[in-house]
Design a protein around this ligand. Structure first.
Ligand SMILES: Nc1nc2c(ncn2[C@@H]2O[C@H](COP(=O)(O)OP(=O)(O)OP(=O)(O)O)[C@@H](O)[C@H]2O)c(=O)[nH]1
Ligand SMILES: [Mg+2]
Length: 452
């Protein structure tokens, strides 16, 4: 493979910056740009050992005092000969170092190209490669832990086990057909059914984790709704920790929706502050109210805010909020000593919280309520599906297995179930990357940043 190079750390002034190099001529190029302090060439030093020396620019002038490390083919991230230079983190130094590598024959790595090579060399399967990007982009500790588990291969192993079991019955079936004279044990229908049922149960369990997995990765779309002036914007500000939204005592202050991500406890919420909902003659405010309703309709969680005894308008808004998959009723301005009131028939929020955005009292109750609505559950780290591509492949495999079991239930012979079983194998092969189209691979890796 040709030799690729990239700056792998952020292009910002920092203590350390890393330049990576990988490919057939990596050691040769590394020797040309790095002069170890002990006078021996870098490639003559043991692999995976940091070596102190001088990094040279493309003219051969000293550029930085740096550390370099080499990794051998078969023992590196990409599977190829590779090297890293740990320089001082000046964007100028890093760019000059990169130019020196280019001058000696390396080329700029494309986004995700190091990880793509890791995949092509078999070091990572696709679920692990996708976990790399999830880990880099993780916004919560739970999301990072799940991605790390997936990178460690926990999803890969689980899928491979299912794949092997299905492959075993499929290949044995063909062996019996192709070599009728050999004494190969036939696959009896009950055994085939057992294998298919076990695989289906496991896949369905995995598919069920995607709902929580999506929340883990993207956050919960959460609309804060209520009448004008009840304290919606104040609540968003209290949760994000700074004055993101305008707050005044004028009813109808917020006109447009405002979105801000925030960690509430360990759950990532995509909070959407909305205009207070009321009938109004003001054309601009009316457009705002339409947006409020649209935000509520698209939300997974509604925080319905009321600031005192329920009015008819409040009730109407609560009924709209109750149509969300989950909703929490918030009695705001607790510091003013407002009272809660019983709810009308049929309105059952998933939680009720009394809080004050001004003093902060009750905010921890909201945190607890959110955590209870979106528990991590007992899914082992790395076995929660967070990626729609992976979830779709699992769904397709499960669907195919349901078809196979349906054929057996219909009294057909095992060969009738085989086409569907092979379709399930195909979907699982796509999931892990065993059988995957080149354009899909390109698409997956194009989401990565350069240098990874
Ligand atoms: N005492 C007290 N006042 C609050 C609290 N929360 C909000 N307020 C006040 O209530 C008024 C309205 O607050 P906002 O947050 O702008 O209310 P809103 O629901 O966003 O209003 P609109 O944008 O007009 O729909 C402001 O004067 C706030 O200072 C609270 O917890 N305690
Ligand atoms: Mg507001």
């Amino acid at each position: 493979m040709d030799t690729i190079a990239a700056v792998s750390t952020a292009r910002a002034v920092s203590a350390i910056g890393i330049v990576r190099l990988s490919g057939d001529t990596a050691f040769q190029i590394a020797d040309a740009v790095f002069r170890p302090s002990d006078g021996r060439p870098l490639s003559a030093h043991p692999r995976r050992t940091m070596v102190l020396g001088t990094l040279l620019d493309k003219e051969g002038r000293a550029l930085d005092q740096a550390l370099a490390v080499t990794f051998p083919q078969g023992g590196s991230y990409t599977g190829e000969d590779s090297a890293e230079f740990h320089c001082h983190g000046s964007p100028v130094v890093l760019e000059e170092a990169l130019q020196a590598l280019f001058a000696h024959g390396a080329r700029q790595a494309l986004g995700g190209e190091f990880t793509k090579r890791a995949f092509l060399s078999g070091n990572l399967d696709l679920t692990q490669a996708e976990a790399v990007i999830d880990l880099i982009e993780a916004e919560t500790a739970d999301a990072a832990r799940n991605a790390a588990g997936q990178l460690g291969g926990s999803l890969r192993q689980r899928i491979e086990k299912i794949y092997e079991d299905l492959m075993e019955v499929t290949s044995r079936f063909y062996a019996v057909v192709d070599y009728p004279d050999e004494d190969i044990e036939e696959v009896e229908t009950p055994r085939l059914r057992g294998v298919l049922e076990t695989a289906l149960r496991d896949l369905e369990g995995l598919a069920a984790t995607f709902r929580r997995g999506k929340v883990l990765k993207q956050g919960v779309a959460t609309a804060i709704v209520g009448r004008p002036n009840v304290g919606k914007s104040s609540l968003l500000n209290a949760l994000v920790g700074f004055d993101r939204c305008l707050v005044t005592d004028v009813a109808g202050t917020t006109r447009d929706t405002v979105e801000e991500k925030v960690l509430v406890g360990s759950v990532l919420l995509r909070l959407i502050d909305t205009a207070g909902i009321r009938d109004t003659a003001d054309a601009v405010e009316r457009l705002g109210v339409e947006r409020s309703r649209a935000a509520l309709a698209g939300a997974e969680l509604a925080l319905a805010v009321v600031d005192g005894p329920l009015t008819e308008e409040d009730e109407e808004i609560l009924r709209e909020a109750a149509r969300c998959p989950k909703w929490i009723l918030i009695w705001s301005k607790a510091d003013l000593g407002g009272e809660t009131a019983p709810l009308p028939e049929g309105l059952r929020p998933d939680a009720e919280v009394v809080l004050s955005s001004r003093t902060g009292e009750g905010l921890s109750d909201l945190e607890a309520a959110v955590a209870a609505l979106y528990p991590m559950g007992s899914v082992p780290a790395g076995q929660m599906l967070t990626n729609p591509r992976q979830a779709q492949a699992v769904d397709r495999a499960a669907e195919a297995l349901r078809g196979a079991l349906g054929a057996l239930d219909g009294g057909l012979t095992p060969d009738a179930a085989l086409t569907d079983t092979e379709a399930a194998l195909g979907a699982l092969g796509e999931l892990t990357g065993k059988k995957v189209r080149e354009d899909l691979v390109t698409q997956i890796f194009s989401r990565f940043c350069v240098g990874k």
